[in-house]
Ligand binder design. Structure first.
Ligand SMILES: Cc1cc2nc3c(=O)[nH]c(=O)nc-3n(C[C@H](O)[C@H](O)[C@H](O)COP(=O)(O)OP(=O)(O)OC[C@H]3O[C@@H](n4cnc5c(N)ncnc54)[C@H](O)[C@@H]3O)c2cc1C
Length: 426
């Protein structure tokens, strides 16, 4: 029987190191040089590299990749425990080599790339010498991949890609774009002629692929295999977001509790008002539930596969968005006017909650998936009555006891007494 919520002491030491390192090194860098992790300036890059080297020395680099794919093979549960620290610091995922969208694209490359493709793109991505972006969603609709139209046409020893993509995160600063076409997943260097990045939106880019030509070996995985590759990418990505969301919720909760003890109103510390206590108690329970759900799902992935755990991954996805929404709202509210400003992390965190319910697939689609998968484990009842219909259950139970009643009429009389009593009560 192994049903244990404790952490091995050796791994706890690693977690303590991560916690201290993020507080002492990662956070100060963020405040002095915002977005340092994406800077191309050699001096700032050297600061980032110094931190990344410390992470590598701890054996904690590119944690999300299994050993057979070139990572340390910690597994999702341990990654979850680390991510629930990293998620508190915006640049920590990059410092640990585990930032989206590169994690997802690296996972696809590691799983489906040829040796040549891995050498060309996976290694430089792992070393953060280059960055990637993922071009899947199209302007006419994102939730339904059957609506996607971007297509690659073979022309001699080249593929010619034509189409339009919407909300490619960090496309503008990526070196390579993973473009989902109706007939396969393609790797397109951003500088290729015909890649036209529109001026708006700034961070999640609208890209027109206008007869973009790439060599044949830029097809990743099999022809027509884009949907399978996309699932591989998104499955991992969703659970990683959820792990980091726990960290965000905990940050909001810490801020809520500190404030509840620090402000006074109507003759009391606000933490003594019952409606404030309710927000704290509800938030506490929601975070605990989310954390257990995320870690159990991570454990399931480790012990089965992403595919086997897909129902729980989908359920975690919409649950984390809801918990983040509720907890950040409670924290913002308890913070009062200050909570509505951009002088604390709360306003951005609250604004991020609906985003969490849309990015990597909208809540509604995940809920439909969960309901469909769950219903596969059930069958309709026969006849008019549900399985738990009391009269039918009593009748079946009495039939089971019949041999005993045959042998003992007194027992039968007692059972009939109970039956009469129940009939009177109904
Ligand atoms: C922060 C962020 C980053 C992103 N990064 C990327 C990226 O890097 N690459 C990329 O390709 N895409 C990216 N996306 C896009 C994302 O994948 C899409 O926004 C998402 O798939 C939804 O597509 P849509 O925006 O076209 O909404 P739509 O598909 O138009 O859906 C809009 C609404 O319609 C309703 N709806 C849709 N389908 C159903 C259904 N089946 N049942 C019930 N209701 C439904 C829901 O209310 C839904 O919110 C990102 C999105 C965000 C918010």
């Amino acid at each position: 029987m192994t049903w244990d919520f404790s952490t091995e002491p050796e791994f706890q030491e690693k977690l303590d190191w991560v916690d201290r390192f993020c507080q002492d090194e990662v956070e100060p860098l963020e405040y002095v040089f915002p977005h340092a992790v994406r800077s191309r300036d050699p001096k700032i890059k050297a600061l980032v590299k110094g931190l990344q080297d410390q992470v590598k020395a701890q054996g904690l680099w590119a944690l999300f990749l299994d050993q057979d794919l070139g990572g340390p093979g910690l597994g999702q549960l341990k990654l979850g425990l680390i991510n629930e620290i990293l998620g508190r610091y915006p640049s920590a995922p990059q410092i640990f080599g585990t930032a989206a969208p590169d994690t997802g694209t690296m996972e696809m490359l590691a799983a489906y790339g040829t040796e040549e493709q891995k050498k060309r793109w996976l290694q430089p991505l792992m070393d953060q010498e280059i960055f990637s972006a993922y071009s899947m969603t199209e302007p006419q609709g994102g939730s339904d991949p059957n609506l996607f139209r971007t297509h690659a046409q073979r022309d001699g020893d080249e593929w010619v890609i034509t189409g339009e993509k919407w909300f490619t995160s960090a496309g503008r600063v990526a070196d390579i774009l993973f473009v989902m076409c109706t007939n396969g997943m393609f790797v397109v260097p951003r500088e290729t002629p015909g890649v036209n990045i529109q001026p708006e939106p700034r961070n999640h880019n609208h890209i027109i692929y206008d007869e973009v030509r790439v060599p044949l070996d830029h097809l990743l995985g099999p022809e027509d295999g884009a949907k399978v590759l996309a699932q591989r990418r998104l499955g991992g990505g969703r659970i990683h977001h959820a792990m980091r969301t726990i960290a965000q919720c905990k940050l909001a909760f810490d801020m809520m509790c500190e404030r509840a003890l620090s402000r006074e109103s109507h003759g009391k510390i606000i933490g003594e008002h019952q409606m404030v206590q309710e927000k704290i108690a509800e938030s506490y329970a929601q975070i605990r539930m989310l954390r257990l759900f995320v870690l159990e799902t991570a454990w399931k992935i480790d012990n089965t596969s992403t595919q086997e755990a897909r129902t729980d991954i989908a359920a975690v996805k919409y649950t984390m968005a809801k918990v983040l929404r509720d907890v950040s709202f409670n924290a913002l509210h308890i913070m009062g006017s200050l909570g509505t400003t951009n002088l604390t992390p709360l306003q951005a965190m609250y604004a991020a909650a609906p985003t969490m319910g849309i990015a990597d697939g909208v809540d509604e689609v995940h809920k439909a998936t969960v309901a469909r998968n769950v219903l596969k484990g059930y069958r309709p009842h026969q006849g008019y009555w549900p399985t738990e219909y009391f009269p039918a259950k009593r009748e079946a139970a009495r039939a089971k006891f019949e041999p005993l009643f045959e042998a003992d009429p007194e027992l039968r009389a007692m059972a009939e007494g109970y039956a009469k009593y129940l009939a009177k009560r109904a």
